[in-house]
Design a protein around this ligand. Structure first.
Ligand SMILES: [Zn+2]
Length: 439
Protein backbone atom coordinates (compact mmCIF):
# COMPACT_ATOMS: atom_id res chain seq x y z
CA UNK A 1 0.00 0.00 0.00
CA UNK A 2 2.73 2.35 1.06
CA UNK A 3 4.82 1.65 -2.03
CA UNK A 4 1.80 2.22 -4.27
CA UNK A 5 1.35 5.61 -2.67
CA UNK A 6 5.00 6.43 -3.23
CA UNK A 7 4.75 5.37 -6.85
CA UNK A 8 1.69 7.52 -7.29
CA UNK A 9 3.46 10.43 -5.65
CA UNK A 10 6.47 10.16 -7.97
CA UNK A 11 4.17 9.83 -10.96
CA UNK A 12 2.48 13.03 -9.95
CA UNK A 13 5.86 14.72 -9.65
CA UNK A 14 6.69 13.65 -13.19
CA UNK A 15 3.41 14.73 -14.71
CA UNK A 16 3.15 17.89 -12.74
CA UNK A 17 6.60 19.47 -12.76
CA UNK A 18 7.50 22.06 -10.21
CA UNK A 19 6.05 24.58 -12.61
CA UNK A 20 2.68 23.73 -11.74
CA UNK A 21 -0.19 25.30 -10.46
CA UNK A 22 -0.79 28.11 -8.18
CA UNK A 23 -4.21 27.86 -6.64
CA UNK A 24 -6.24 30.97 -7.40
CA UNK A 25 -6.97 33.39 -4.56
CA UNK A 26 -10.40 33.17 -2.91
CA UNK A 27 -11.26 36.51 -4.42
CA UNK A 28 -9.71 38.21 -7.45
CA UNK A 29 -7.88 41.53 -7.23
CA UNK A 30 -10.51 43.00 -9.56
CA UNK A 31 -13.36 41.98 -7.30
CA UNK A 32 -11.61 43.53 -4.29
CA UNK A 33 -10.80 46.68 -6.24
CA UNK A 34 -14.47 47.14 -7.19
CA UNK A 35 -15.43 47.05 -3.51
CA UNK A 36 -12.81 49.61 -2.47
CA UNK A 37 -13.51 51.94 -5.41
CA UNK A 38 -17.07 52.42 -4.15
CA UNK A 39 -15.84 53.96 -0.90
CA UNK A 40 -15.18 57.71 -1.14
CA UNK A 41 -11.77 58.33 0.46
CA UNK A 42 -10.85 61.71 -1.02
CA UNK A 43 -8.35 63.57 1.15
CA UNK A 44 -8.35 67.34 1.66
CA UNK A 45 -5.57 69.95 1.55
CA UNK A 46 -4.55 72.14 4.49
CA UNK A 47 -6.26 70.23 7.31
CA UNK A 48 -4.80 70.09 10.79
CA UNK A 49 -5.82 66.49 11.47
CA UNK A 50 -4.61 63.15 10.10
CA UNK A 51 -6.52 61.71 8.39
CA UNK A 52 -7.62 64.94 6.71
CA UNK A 53 -11.07 63.43 6.08
CA UNK A 54 -12.84 60.99 8.41
CA UNK A 55 -14.27 59.01 5.49
CA UNK A 56 -10.85 57.49 4.84
CA UNK A 57 -11.43 55.48 8.03
CA UNK A 58 -14.30 53.64 6.31
CA UNK A 59 -11.79 51.97 4.02
CA UNK A 60 -9.27 51.54 6.87
CA UNK A 61 -11.83 49.55 8.87
CA UNK A 62 -12.78 47.42 5.90
CA UNK A 63 -9.15 46.62 5.07
CA UNK A 64 -8.41 45.78 8.72
CA UNK A 65 -11.32 43.35 8.86
CA UNK A 66 -10.31 41.74 5.57
CA UNK A 67 -6.73 41.38 6.84
CA UNK A 68 -8.06 39.61 9.92
CA UNK A 69 -10.20 37.33 7.79
CA UNK A 70 -7.11 36.41 5.77
CA UNK A 71 -5.26 35.36 8.91
CA UNK A 72 -3.03 38.44 9.32
CA UNK A 73 -1.57 39.05 12.77
CA UNK A 74 -1.28 42.22 14.88
CA UNK A 75 -3.87 44.04 12.77
CA UNK A 76 -4.37 47.54 14.11
CA UNK A 77 -5.60 50.96 13.07
CA UNK A 78 -3.53 53.77 14.60
CA UNK A 79 -5.01 57.00 15.94
CA UNK A 80 -4.04 58.52 12.58
CA UNK A 81 -5.94 55.94 10.58
CA UNK A 82 -2.91 53.94 9.48
CA UNK A 83 -3.62 50.20 9.15
CA UNK A 84 -0.73 47.95 10.19
CA UNK A 85 -0.56 44.14 9.97
CA UNK A 86 1.87 41.26 9.74
CA UNK A 87 1.72 37.99 7.85
CA UNK A 88 3.81 35.32 9.55
CA UNK A 89 6.43 33.63 7.39
CA UNK A 90 6.25 29.93 6.59
CA UNK A 91 9.96 29.15 6.47
CA UNK A 92 11.77 26.75 8.80
CA UNK A 93 13.57 29.80 10.20
CA UNK A 94 11.89 33.08 9.34
CA UNK A 95 14.58 35.08 11.11
CA UNK A 96 16.99 34.22 8.28
CA UNK A 97 14.99 36.29 5.81
CA UNK A 98 14.38 40.06 6.06
CA UNK A 99 10.87 41.26 6.93
CA UNK A 100 9.64 42.82 3.69
CA UNK A 101 6.93 45.48 3.81
CA UNK A 102 4.25 46.53 1.35
CA UNK A 103 2.49 49.88 1.60
CA UNK A 104 -0.44 51.36 -0.32
CA UNK A 105 -2.40 54.52 0.34
CA UNK A 106 -6.14 54.62 0.89
CA UNK A 107 -6.95 58.24 -0.06
CA UNK A 108 -7.64 59.62 -3.52
CA UNK A 109 -6.55 62.97 -4.95
CA UNK A 110 -8.41 66.15 -3.94
CA UNK A 111 -8.21 67.31 -7.57
CA UNK A 112 -11.17 65.26 -8.86
CA UNK A 113 -14.21 63.87 -7.03
CA UNK A 114 -13.94 60.33 -5.74
CA UNK A 115 -17.58 60.09 -4.60
CA UNK A 116 -20.04 57.69 -6.25
CA UNK A 117 -17.38 56.18 -8.46
CA UNK A 118 -19.17 54.14 -11.10
CA UNK A 119 -16.60 51.62 -12.33
CA UNK A 120 -16.98 50.47 -15.93
CA UNK A 121 -15.32 47.29 -17.17
CA UNK A 122 -14.68 47.39 -20.89
CA UNK A 123 -14.53 43.64 -21.49
CA UNK A 124 -12.24 42.13 -24.10
CA UNK A 125 -10.85 45.45 -25.36
CA UNK A 126 -10.33 45.35 -29.11
CA UNK A 127 -8.35 48.55 -29.64
CA UNK A 128 -9.39 52.12 -30.37
CA UNK A 129 -10.19 55.13 -28.19
CA UNK A 130 -12.36 54.62 -25.12
CA UNK A 131 -15.19 57.15 -24.70
CA UNK A 132 -16.42 57.41 -21.13
CA UNK A 133 -20.21 57.09 -21.14
CA UNK A 134 -21.40 59.73 -18.66
CA UNK A 135 -19.28 62.51 -20.19
CA UNK A 136 -18.44 61.76 -23.79
CA UNK A 137 -15.88 64.58 -23.92
CA UNK A 138 -13.74 62.37 -21.69
CA UNK A 139 -11.88 60.11 -24.11
CA UNK A 140 -8.94 57.81 -23.39
CA UNK A 141 -7.13 57.99 -26.72
CA UNK A 142 -4.64 55.48 -28.06
CA UNK A 143 -2.51 58.42 -29.21
CA UNK A 144 -2.02 59.74 -25.70
CA UNK A 145 -2.03 56.27 -24.10
CA UNK A 146 0.09 54.05 -26.34
CA UNK A 147 0.10 51.32 -23.65
CA UNK A 148 -3.45 50.56 -24.81
CA UNK A 149 -1.89 48.91 -27.88
CA UNK A 150 -0.57 46.16 -25.59
CA UNK A 151 -3.91 45.67 -23.90
CA UNK A 152 -5.93 44.01 -26.66
CA UNK A 153 -8.12 41.28 -25.17
CA UNK A 154 -7.72 42.67 -21.64
CA UNK A 155 -10.63 44.06 -19.60
CA UNK A 156 -10.02 47.81 -19.22
CA UNK A 157 -11.26 49.40 -16.01
CA UNK A 158 -12.36 53.06 -16.02
CA UNK A 159 -14.73 55.40 -14.21
CA UNK A 160 -17.75 56.75 -16.10
CA UNK A 161 -16.24 60.14 -16.98
CA UNK A 162 -17.55 62.10 -13.99
CA UNK A 163 -15.05 61.03 -11.30
CA UNK A 164 -11.57 59.64 -10.97
CA UNK A 165 -11.27 55.84 -10.77
CA UNK A 166 -9.23 55.66 -7.59
CA UNK A 167 -6.90 52.99 -8.96
CA UNK A 168 -4.34 55.36 -7.37
CA UNK A 169 -4.05 53.69 -4.97
CA UNK A 170 -6.92 51.31 -4.31
CA UNK A 171 -5.33 49.07 -6.93
CA UNK A 172 -2.32 48.84 -4.59
CA UNK A 173 -4.62 47.98 -1.67
CA UNK A 174 -6.39 45.28 -3.70
CA UNK A 175 -3.12 43.82 -4.98
CA UNK A 176 -1.57 43.55 -1.51
CA UNK A 177 -4.69 41.87 -0.08
CA UNK A 178 -4.85 39.49 -3.04
CA UNK A 179 -1.16 38.68 -2.57
CA UNK A 180 -1.94 37.63 1.02
CA UNK A 181 -4.95 35.65 -0.19
CA UNK A 182 -2.78 33.90 -2.83
CA UNK A 183 -0.17 32.95 -0.21
CA UNK A 184 -2.91 31.54 2.00
CA UNK A 185 -4.18 29.32 -0.81
CA UNK A 186 -0.64 28.19 -1.65
CA UNK A 187 1.36 27.13 1.40
CA UNK A 188 3.97 25.69 -0.98
CA UNK A 189 5.02 29.27 -1.76
CA UNK A 190 7.70 30.02 0.79
CA UNK A 191 8.11 33.49 2.23
CA UNK A 192 9.45 35.28 5.28
CA UNK A 193 7.46 37.54 7.57
CA UNK A 194 5.56 40.26 5.70
CA UNK A 195 4.64 43.69 7.03
CA UNK A 196 1.66 45.46 5.50
CA UNK A 197 0.42 49.03 5.92
CA UNK A 198 -2.33 51.13 4.40
CA UNK A 199 -1.88 54.86 4.85
CA UNK A 200 -4.14 57.94 4.65
CA UNK A 201 -3.39 61.37 3.18
CA UNK A 202 -0.67 60.44 0.72
CA UNK A 203 -2.11 62.85 -1.82
CA UNK A 204 -2.02 65.85 0.51
CA UNK A 205 1.16 64.95 2.39
CA UNK A 206 1.21 64.58 6.12
CA UNK A 207 -0.03 61.00 6.47
CA UNK A 208 3.40 59.46 6.22
CA UNK A 209 4.79 61.70 8.99
CA UNK A 210 2.60 59.71 11.36
CA UNK A 211 3.94 56.40 10.08
CA UNK A 212 5.62 54.39 12.80
CA UNK A 213 8.57 52.62 11.17
CA UNK A 214 9.21 50.62 14.34
CA UNK A 215 5.64 49.31 14.69
CA UNK A 216 5.71 48.39 11.01
CA UNK A 217 8.74 46.21 11.70
CA UNK A 218 10.09 45.76 8.18
CA UNK A 219 13.69 45.95 7.07
CA UNK A 220 12.79 47.03 3.54
CA UNK A 221 9.50 48.00 1.97
CA UNK A 222 7.85 48.81 -1.31
CA UNK A 223 5.11 51.31 -1.91
CA UNK A 224 2.70 49.69 -4.35
CA UNK A 225 1.62 52.97 -5.89
CA UNK A 226 3.18 53.14 -9.35
CA UNK A 227 1.87 53.11 -12.87
CA UNK A 228 2.28 50.96 -15.99
CA UNK A 229 3.08 47.25 -15.67
CA UNK A 230 6.81 46.72 -15.20
CA UNK A 231 7.63 50.25 -14.04
CA UNK A 232 9.87 50.35 -10.97
CA UNK A 233 10.79 53.67 -9.35
CA UNK A 234 13.88 54.22 -7.24
CA UNK A 235 14.29 57.93 -7.92
CA UNK A 236 12.19 60.92 -6.96
CA UNK A 237 12.79 64.63 -7.29
CA UNK A 238 14.94 66.49 -4.87
CA UNK A 239 12.55 69.27 -4.05
CA UNK A 240 12.57 72.76 -2.52
CA UNK A 241 10.10 75.61 -2.36
CA UNK A 242 11.11 79.26 -2.59
CA UNK A 243 9.02 82.17 -1.29
CA UNK A 244 9.92 85.58 -2.70
CA UNK A 245 8.35 88.61 -1.01
CA UNK A 246 8.29 92.14 -2.44
CA UNK A 247 7.71 95.01 -0.01
CA UNK A 248 6.55 98.36 -1.38
CA UNK A 249 4.62 101.23 0.19
CA UNK A 250 0.91 101.88 -0.10
CA UNK A 251 -0.71 105.27 0.11
CA UNK A 252 -3.85 107.02 -1.13
CA UNK A 253 -3.48 107.17 -4.92
CA UNK A 254 -4.66 110.81 -4.89
CA UNK A 255 -1.59 111.89 -2.96
CA UNK A 256 0.79 109.15 -4.04
CA UNK A 257 3.27 111.16 -6.07
CA UNK A 258 6.78 110.48 -4.85
CA UNK A 259 5.48 108.33 -1.97
CA UNK A 260 3.84 105.18 -3.30
CA UNK A 261 6.04 102.19 -4.15
CA UNK A 262 3.99 99.62 -6.02
CA UNK A 263 5.49 96.17 -5.39
CA UNK A 264 3.43 94.61 -8.18
CA UNK A 265 5.72 95.92 -10.94
CA UNK A 266 8.69 94.27 -9.29
CA UNK A 267 6.77 90.96 -9.27
CA UNK A 268 6.06 91.33 -12.98
CA UNK A 269 9.75 92.01 -13.66
CA UNK A 270 10.79 89.01 -11.56
CA UNK A 271 8.37 86.64 -13.30
CA UNK A 272 9.52 87.84 -16.73
CA UNK A 273 13.03 86.60 -15.90
CA UNK A 274 12.10 82.89 -15.61
CA UNK A 275 13.95 80.91 -18.30
CA UNK A 276 11.37 79.52 -20.72
CA UNK A 277 13.22 76.24 -21.16
CA UNK A 278 13.26 75.44 -17.43
CA UNK A 279 9.53 75.25 -16.70
CA UNK A 280 7.27 72.23 -16.09
CA UNK A 281 5.45 72.96 -19.34
CA UNK A 282 8.70 72.80 -21.34
CA UNK A 283 10.60 69.95 -19.66
CA UNK A 284 10.31 66.17 -19.27
CA UNK A 285 12.32 63.06 -18.40
CA UNK A 286 15.30 63.83 -16.20
CA UNK A 287 15.25 67.60 -16.75
CA UNK A 288 14.30 69.61 -13.67
CA UNK A 289 12.33 72.87 -13.48
CA UNK A 290 11.44 76.03 -11.60
CA UNK A 291 7.72 76.69 -11.30
CA UNK A 292 6.08 79.84 -9.90
CA UNK A 293 2.73 78.31 -8.88
CA UNK A 294 0.90 80.67 -6.55
CA UNK A 295 1.18 84.21 -5.27
CA UNK A 296 -0.56 87.34 -4.02
CA UNK A 297 -0.15 90.81 -5.42
CA UNK A 298 -0.82 94.10 -3.71
CA UNK A 299 0.72 97.56 -3.75
CA UNK A 300 2.17 97.25 -0.25
CA UNK A 301 3.34 93.65 -0.34
CA UNK A 302 3.37 90.86 -2.91
CA UNK A 303 4.73 87.35 -2.81
CA UNK A 304 5.32 84.43 -5.16
CA UNK A 305 5.89 80.78 -4.30
CA UNK A 306 8.12 78.75 -6.57
CA UNK A 307 8.73 75.01 -6.79
CA UNK A 308 12.31 73.92 -7.50
CA UNK A 309 12.74 70.38 -8.77
CA UNK A 310 15.74 68.37 -9.92
CA UNK A 311 16.99 64.78 -9.66
CA UNK A 312 20.44 65.96 -8.60
CA UNK A 313 21.15 68.04 -5.52
CA UNK A 314 23.71 70.05 -7.55
CA UNK A 315 21.01 70.85 -10.11
CA UNK A 316 18.67 71.92 -7.33
CA UNK A 317 21.34 74.19 -5.86
CA UNK A 318 21.94 75.73 -9.30
CA UNK A 319 18.24 76.52 -9.58
CA UNK A 320 18.24 78.15 -6.17
CA UNK A 321 21.26 80.25 -7.20
CA UNK A 322 19.41 81.29 -10.35
CA UNK A 323 16.35 82.46 -8.36
CA UNK A 324 18.60 84.49 -6.05
CA UNK A 325 20.41 86.05 -9.01
CA UNK A 326 17.02 87.04 -10.47
CA UNK A 327 16.15 88.68 -7.14
CA UNK A 328 19.29 90.80 -7.41
CA UNK A 329 18.55 91.82 -10.99
CA UNK A 330 14.98 92.81 -10.19
CA UNK A 331 16.27 94.60 -7.09
CA UNK A 332 18.52 96.74 -9.28
CA UNK A 333 15.52 97.67 -11.42
CA UNK A 334 13.34 98.45 -8.37
CA UNK A 335 15.72 99.76 -5.70
CA UNK A 336 12.86 101.02 -3.49
CA UNK A 337 11.17 97.61 -3.30
CA UNK A 338 12.59 95.38 -0.59
CA UNK A 339 12.86 91.87 -1.98
CA UNK A 340 13.46 88.84 0.18
CA UNK A 341 13.87 85.18 -0.80
CA UNK A 342 13.54 82.15 1.46
CA UNK A 343 14.20 78.61 0.25
CA UNK A 344 12.95 75.56 2.13
CA UNK A 345 13.93 71.96 1.45
CA UNK A 346 10.91 69.65 0.97
CA UNK A 347 12.34 66.24 0.20
CA UNK A 348 15.33 64.54 -1.38
CA UNK A 349 15.80 62.03 -4.16
CA UNK A 350 15.49 58.62 -2.47
CA UNK A 351 18.16 57.27 -4.85
CA UNK A 352 20.72 58.87 -2.53
CA UNK A 353 19.94 56.08 -0.07
CA UNK A 354 18.63 53.39 -2.43
CA UNK A 355 21.89 53.35 -4.39
CA UNK A 356 23.27 51.45 -1.39
CA UNK A 357 20.46 48.84 -1.66
CA UNK A 358 20.61 47.83 -5.32
CA UNK A 359 19.10 44.41 -4.53
CA UNK A 360 15.71 46.01 -3.79
CA UNK A 361 15.36 47.22 -7.35
CA UNK A 362 17.03 44.13 -8.81
CA UNK A 363 14.64 41.81 -6.94
CA UNK A 364 11.62 43.83 -8.08
CA UNK A 365 12.80 43.67 -11.68
CA UNK A 366 13.35 39.90 -11.42
CA UNK A 367 9.90 39.44 -9.87
CA UNK A 368 8.33 41.35 -12.75
CA UNK A 369 10.26 39.22 -15.24
CA UNK A 370 9.01 36.02 -13.58
CA UNK A 371 5.51 37.39 -14.07
CA UNK A 372 6.16 37.65 -17.79
CA UNK A 373 6.64 41.43 -17.80
CA UNK A 374 9.41 43.62 -19.17
CA UNK A 375 10.55 45.65 -16.18
CA UNK A 376 12.04 49.11 -16.54
CA UNK A 377 13.22 51.86 -14.22
CA UNK A 378 11.72 55.32 -14.45
CA UNK A 379 12.48 58.38 -12.30
CA UNK A 380 9.34 59.91 -10.75
CA UNK A 381 8.82 63.58 -11.52
CA UNK A 382 7.33 63.94 -8.07
CA UNK A 383 7.70 62.51 -4.59
CA UNK A 384 6.48 59.35 -2.88
CA UNK A 385 5.75 58.41 0.70
CA UNK A 386 8.48 55.85 0.20
CA UNK A 387 11.04 58.63 -0.29
CA UNK A 388 10.19 59.95 3.17
CA UNK A 389 10.45 56.45 4.69
CA UNK A 390 13.70 55.79 2.85
CA UNK A 391 15.33 58.71 4.64
CA UNK A 392 13.89 57.49 7.95
CA UNK A 393 15.68 54.17 7.72
CA UNK A 394 13.17 52.11 5.74
CA UNK A 395 14.49 51.85 2.17
CA UNK A 396 11.39 51.88 -0.01
CA UNK A 397 11.24 51.84 -3.83
CA UNK A 398 7.92 52.09 -5.63
CA UNK A 399 6.26 49.30 -7.63
CA UNK A 400 3.74 49.45 -10.46
CA UNK A 401 0.02 48.80 -9.97
CA UNK A 402 -1.01 48.68 -13.63
CA UNK A 403 -2.65 52.11 -13.35
CA UNK A 404 -2.55 55.05 -15.77
CA UNK A 405 -3.57 58.75 -15.81
CA UNK A 406 -3.64 59.27 -12.05
CA UNK A 407 -5.61 62.16 -10.52
CA UNK A 408 -7.96 62.59 -13.47
CA UNK A 409 -11.18 61.36 -14.99
CA UNK A 410 -9.23 59.42 -17.63
CA UNK A 411 -7.62 57.19 -15.02
CA UNK A 412 -7.62 53.51 -15.98
CA UNK A 413 -6.26 50.12 -15.05
CA UNK A 414 -7.07 46.63 -16.29
CA UNK A 415 -7.83 43.14 -15.04
CA UNK A 416 -4.43 41.95 -16.22
CA UNK A 417 -2.83 45.04 -14.67
CA UNK A 418 -4.20 44.07 -11.26
CA UNK A 419 -3.39 40.37 -11.68
CA UNK A 420 0.17 40.81 -12.96
CA UNK A 421 0.96 43.35 -10.24
CA UNK A 422 -0.29 40.88 -7.62
CA UNK A 423 1.69 38.05 -9.17
CA UNK A 424 4.83 40.21 -9.08
CA UNK A 425 4.40 40.80 -5.33
CA UNK A 426 4.18 37.05 -4.75
CA UNK A 427 7.32 36.39 -6.83
CA UNK A 428 9.13 39.16 -5.01
CA UNK A 429 8.52 37.45 -1.68
CA UNK A 430 9.80 34.17 -3.05
CA UNK A 431 12.94 35.90 -4.29
CA UNK A 432 13.58 37.41 -0.86
CA UNK A 433 13.02 33.99 0.69
CA UNK A 434 15.60 32.59 -1.73
CA UNK A 435 13.20 30.02 -3.07
CA UNK A 436 11.13 29.54 -6.11
CA UNK A 437 8.48 27.01 -6.86
CA UNK A 438 9.37 27.64 -10.47
CA UNK A 439 5.96 28.86 -11.34
ZN1 LIG B 1 -0.75 57.26 -5.36
Amino acid sequence: MKSTLYALFFCLLLVAPASAQTNPPQETALSRFLRYAKIDTQSKEDQTTVPSTAKQLDLAKLLASELNALGAKNVSISEFGIVYAQIPGNLADNSKVPVVGFIAHMDTSPSVSGANVNVIIHKNYQGGDIVLPKDTTQIITVEKNPDLRDMIGDDIITADGTTLLGSDDKAGCAEILTMIDTLRQNPQIKHGTIAVAFTPDEEVGGGIEKFDVKTFGAKFAYTVDGEALGEVNEETWSASTATVTFKGKSTHPGTARGVMINSMYAVADYLSRFPKDMLPETTEGRVGFVHPYVGTIDVEESSVKILLRDFDVSGLKAKEALLREMVEKTGRQFPDVKIDIKVEENYKNMKEVLKDFPQLTANAMEAARRSGLKPFIKPIRGGTDGADLTFRGLPCPNLFTGGHNFHGKLEFNSRRGLEKSTETLVHLLEIFAGTSTGR
